[in-house]
Design a protein around this ligand. Structure first.
Ligand SMILES: Cc1cc2nc3c(=O)[nH]c(=O)nc-3n(C[C@H](O)[C@H](O)[C@H](O)COP(=O)(O)OP(=O)(O)OC[C@H]3O[C@@H](n4cnc5c(N)ncnc54)[C@H](O)[C@@H]3O)c2cc1C
Length: 539
């Protein structure tokens, strides 16, 4: 049985310092991080931010996740709280809290999960009672709350989903509240200790330096964020941002695992590569073995492709929020809505697969802790689970995004892709890239039509193929990314090693990874009959 270390909250009126500590070095690193302005990158200059585009933010985020995913979660959650409050908070809440979130002085959390409800947030039981003075009192227990308690900041702002007394049942009856750990005093500094406390810290497989907390709300003072009963929509501002953020966690770990695997493969001498000795020493570097090269190139093709796709999605986010033309904003917003579940699930699956492959490159040493590769594997696993499991992302893609506005979201991706293929179809030099891209796209179109048809008659049938469909969608998007990269690289490839590597990686993707789209489309078109046929009692 799990041991729960209970920490009794102090009396609400007595300000106390936090007894939970992050690993040695974290507080100093966090201070340096804030002083360097890294928490303020994409934030509004009106609140002390630097106003930089999100497309810069995701590149920085990848490096942070590659360096230490646990550390990156603390500022990441602060930024999520910033996003939700800046979009849905009242002017008073914004002016009080946003500058402190932007500076990193205060951190944030998102409190959705309860012991009996994770995916199904319609089951939330946490209650909110109006206090009569414009604020509310929150009572309930949330579990698995990242950054629920720590010693990095003077205050922690919890964004909490709860039900008002008159709330309808289900997801339509959920409201969003802000619960500060310390209620700000008149001068804005942390004042009275609020009735929210960490009841336990989970022991888990990875991201061990990120606290995962049971949070008890015992009549905690709270402020409504957004409209009553519309909390889930408001929380989605934070969750959509977090989904791209989690995707980037997968990418960061995939990249750092690749870099370590390459460094090891250059130095480790084992056996002779087929075709004769290539090295003067007693054995060849394992980098020379075709199977090791297969692993490294698979990691590289997936990580580099995902980086471009993630950056492209972030760029569309920037256009959706900042472009002067409303039609461009709408088109970009549709693209982001469609791609968000794809990048979340594709990148985090890729993070898990790449980190496992990176471990494989190191052989037994990869499995031994001192080499650091096993930490990447452990850290990568959670990203497939939180922020909506990858299975739920697939259902979102097939059940919501695909049929939305009679296929309008899909057209934002399909139409430009189709035009690109058409425009390059007659180019003999690009044919080795455009033809496989066309094949993958054909499979995507065929399975989209099949799932849309079967989904109308029986939603369970579409749900049965959702995960395979999301992967097919993602691999087709990567095929497009690599075909475009090849076009850019081709003119420079003979003279520049950087572009030559791009071109060969694009070729590798088309020859060795794109064919998976054939297997995926066969599996989707086979339908979900066997999933239904198998009797429950036989499991
Ligand atoms: C380390 C860590 C950090 C976390 N951080 C936070 C946080 O900061 N804030 C927060 O609120 N939560 C957080 N979570 C919770 C996390 O978001 C949930 O664990 C996740 O949403 C899944 O919920 P669950 O664990 O209850 O699984 P369940 O919902 O019970 O799901 C179990 C399985 O059933 C599948 N499933 C469930 N419903 C359906 C369905 N309708 N159709 C198809 N399949 C379905 C799921 O895909 C999954 O495979 C964290 C969890 C962990 C482990």
């Amino acid at each position: 049985m799990r041991s729960i270390r209970c920490w009794k909250p102090p009396a609400p009126s007595a300000p106390t310092s936090c007894s939970r500590s992050t690993p040695a070095g974290f507080p100093a690193a966090y201070r340096a991080f804030c002083e360097g302005g890294w928490t303020a990158l994409g934030c509004d200059p009106a609140y002390g931010g630097q106003g930089l585009p999100n497309s810069i933010g995701v590149l920085v985020q990848e490096m942070i996740c590659a360096s230490n995913m646990s550390f990156g979660m603390y500022p990441g959650l602060g930024h999520g709280a910033y996003a939700a409050l800046s979009k849905h908070g009242t002017p008073e809440l914004r002016s009080l809290y946003l500058p402190r979130l932007v500076s990193g002085e205060w951190a944030g959390t998102m409190c959705l999960t309860e012991p009996h409800c994770g995916t199904d947030l319609g089951l939330i039981r946490t209650r909110a009672e109006p206090a009569g003075d414009g604020s509310y009192r929150i009572t309930g227990t949330k579990i698995f709350i990242s950054g629920g308690e720590h010693d990095l900041t003077d205050n922690i702002l919890h964004l909490v989903l709860a039900r008002l007394p008159d709330a309808p049942s289900g997801t339509r009856g959920i409201s969003l509240f802000l619960v500060p750990k310390f209620v700000p005093a008149a001068d804005g500094r942390p004042g009275m200790r609020n009735a929210v406390a960490c009841g336990a810290i989970e022991h888990k497989m990875g991201i061990r330096a990120s606290s995962t907390c049971v949070m008890n709300f015992d009549g905690a003072q709270a402020w409504l964020v957004g409209e009553p009963h519309r909390g889930l929509a408001a929380m989605f501002t934070m969750m959509n941002e977090a989904r791209l953020g989690v995707a980037i966690q997968g990418l960061g770990l995939a990249e750092v695992s690749y870099q370590n695997a390459v460094a090891y493969a250059r130095e480790r001498l084992q056996g002779r590569a087929p075709g004769g000795a290539a090295h003067a020493g007693p054995a060849d570097p394992i980098l020379m073995h075709p199977d090791v090269r297969r692993m490294l190139l698979t990691m590289r093709a997936m990580a580099e492709g995902c980086r471009v796709l993630g950056l492209w999605t972030a760029l569309q986010q920037d256009i959706a929020t900042r472009h002067p033309d409303p039609a461009r904003r709408q088109a970009a917003d549709d693209f982001v809505a469609l791609l968000t579940p794809v990048v979340k699930a594709l990148f985090t699956d890729m993070g898990w697969e790449n980190t496992a492959t990176g471990m494989q490159v190191l052989g037994g040493h990869g499995y031994i802790r001192e080499w650091g590769m096993e930490q990447y594997v452990r850290d990568a696993r959670i990203a497939q689970i939180y922020e909506g499991t990858n299975g739920i992302q697939a259902l979102d893609l097939v059940g919501r995004k695909m049929p939305a506005h009679a296929g309008r979201y899909l057209r934002r991706f399909f139409h430009p892709l189709s035009s690109w293929i058409e425009a390059h179809a007659g180019d003999p030099v690009l044919a080795e890239f455009v033809q496989p891209l066309g094949k993958a796209f054909g499979r995507l179109q065929q399975t989209t039509a099949a799932l849309a048809r079967s989904g109308l008659a029986d939603p369970a049938e579409a749900a049965a193929g959702a995960t395979e469909y999301l992967r097919l969608f993602g691999l087709t998007a990567l095929a497009w990314v690599w075909a475009r990269a090849a076009k850019v690289a081709l003119p420079h490839a003979t003279t520049d090693a950087f572009y030559r590597a791009k071109l060969t990686t694009a070729r590798f993707y088309m020859q060795k990874i794109q064919p998976q789209t054939g297997a995926l489309s066969s599996a989707i078109l086979a339908g979900g009959g066997t999933l239904r046929e198998f009797e429950d009692t036989a499991f």
